[in-house]
Design a protein around this ligand. Sequence first.
Ligand code: NDP
Length: 248
Amino acid sequence: MDLSHRTILITGATDGIGKVLAVEFSKLGSNIILLGRDASKLDTVYDQLDHSFKSQKHLILQADLSLLNNESAHEIHNAIAEEFISLDGIIHNAAILGTMTTLEDYELSRWDEVLNVNLRAPFLLTKTLKTILETSMLPRIIFTSSGVANMGRAFWGAYSVSKFGLKGLAEIFANELETTSSIKVFNFDPGATQTKMRASARPAENPNTLKTPSDLVNCYLWFFSEESSDSKQHYFEYADLSKKVTAT
Ligand code: NDP
């Protein structure tokens, strides 16, 4: 798949799934906008990106999404608009797990942080970047879901609530944009994947029994394909989408 001349913003690009997507998408020619909170991790990922395609360029945006507000979201917009003619996609990947505890014991400040990173930031970034996305020929927004977005489970607290909320946010954006915009909105549950977050959530699990972030790349690529333009389905789980992309 040729992604040259496509510019894709990946939030939480310094680790886990986001980092692998950044590296793999860059190998296919895309310009990558790396958004993360840690400057040295951003530099490390930047150095791993492919820079060999003609006119390919990448951008680092250092931002703590727990603190995102109108002003910093507009700064992100302006930084992208200064460097690129258009924005072709946002992968809203950044998230934090928060605390695994009962709702009764959940610290309010931690609750707010999780909701800010996992739900409020994707809302504000999408809203602020919508106009620049609409300059793309094939614009995409991909939200990242989870198994606990559909069923409340003890101890998953703010993380689960944020993913329930994100599902609603994705559905509302999809519904609002399908008749007024060329932007396609998807919400993808990657399923259990070998990352730092998964290890924190399930410390007793053997990570070698899980798929790796690299196994997800073809699913994410499908969202950027012309084929997905005709999809009436917005919500996907790894198990179904991986079969679909293998079959095509
Ligand atoms: P990781 O914890 O490995 O990576 C999360 C990324 O988000 C890191 O780059 C992290 O930065 C970044 N991030 C966290 N907080 C902020 C912040 N305040 N501002 C900016 N960036 C931030 O998680 P995964 O790769 O496992 O998860 C990626 C997505 O997939 C998440 O949305 C998660 O909910 C979802 N998911 C993951 C599953 C799994 O099994 N791994 C299963 C289902 C869904 P830093 O490097 O600084 O920590």
